[in-house]
Write a protein that binds this ligand. Structure first.
Ligand code: CU
Length: 248
């Protein structure tokens, strides 16, 4: 009969029963532990390499992503900022050409002006200037009552002249001449010495003509009477450049 005491039942002798277990476990567990440690270290090293590799690639990847996204973000914002500023410049540009034609390059009148200016035609007359002296070639012109179409010619060789009709005599003519010469300070040009259309006593005024130029326009005198015409270029009226228009 063979009775075999259970291993966990009776008192156990560590030196005997456990010897196989201890030695077998110890001899068998030694090599696996070392291999496990080496394997773990190897896995750890591989993991480090992978982490470094992926970390660098991810860092480069994440850094490369913002670069392409930044340029498009800046480009769309820059064009709109420039376009709105260009649009106002285009709107202000048309305003300059509209003001330029109305008064010439420096606000100098280029067309006849004054309250007596009318359209159509009237009694034709022609008045010129002396070639050298500051006088008109006619000191007195008589017309019937009604519209008058004047052709004024600057026959001077080197001096600008114009033709201005006033309602009155020397006092009104002198005042109108003063207003006209004040325009020289406004226009910074002697050619701007033309009385504005609303000048008291002014009936009609031609623009300042260069030597050899002429202008034709029609005006309606207020009625029968004697009206003085003058040149309002600075100093010319004072020098005696004047005449009279008699309306019968
Ligand atoms: Cu003159």
């Amino acid at each position: 009969m063979s009775w075999r005491a259970p291993q966990g039942g009776g008192p156990r002798i560590p030196g005997f029963d456990s010897t196989d277990n201890v030695f077998s476990g110890g001899s068998a567990g030694g090599p696996p532990l070392l291999s496990l440690i080496i394997a773990a270290l190897a896995v750890g090293l591989v993991g480090l390499f992978l982490a470094i590799a992926f970390g660098g690639s991810i860092g480069q990847g994440t850094a490369a992503v913002p670069q392409p996204t930044r340029p498009p973000a800046v480009l769309p914002t820059a064009p709109p900022a420039v376009l709105p500023t260009a649009a106002p410049a285009a709107t202000t540009a048309p305003a300059q050409p509209t003001t330029a034609p109305s008064g010439g390059a420096a606000g100098i009148p280029t067309e006849p002006l004054g309250p007596a200016l009318v359209s159509g035609t009237g009694t034709p007359i022609e008045i010129g200037t002396d070639a050298a002296l500051l006088i008109f070639n006619k000191d007195r012109v008589t017309v019937p009552n009604g519209p008058v179409t004047l052709t004024f010619k600057n026959l001077a060789t080197a001096v600008q002249h114009n033709w201005v009709l006033v309602q009155g005599g020397d006092e009104v003519a002198s005042a109108v001449s003063d207003v006209a010469q004040a325009q020289v300070r406004v226009t910074r040009n002697a050619a701007g010495a033309v009385p504005p259309a609303d000048t008291p006593g002014l009936l009609v005024a031609s623009p300042m003509l260069d030597p050899g130029e002429e202008v034709t326009f029609t005006f309606q005198p207020p009625g029968p009477g004697t009206y003085e015409f003058i040149c309002t270029f600075p100093g010319h009226y004072v020098a005696g450049m004047k005449g009279v228009l008699v309306v019968e």
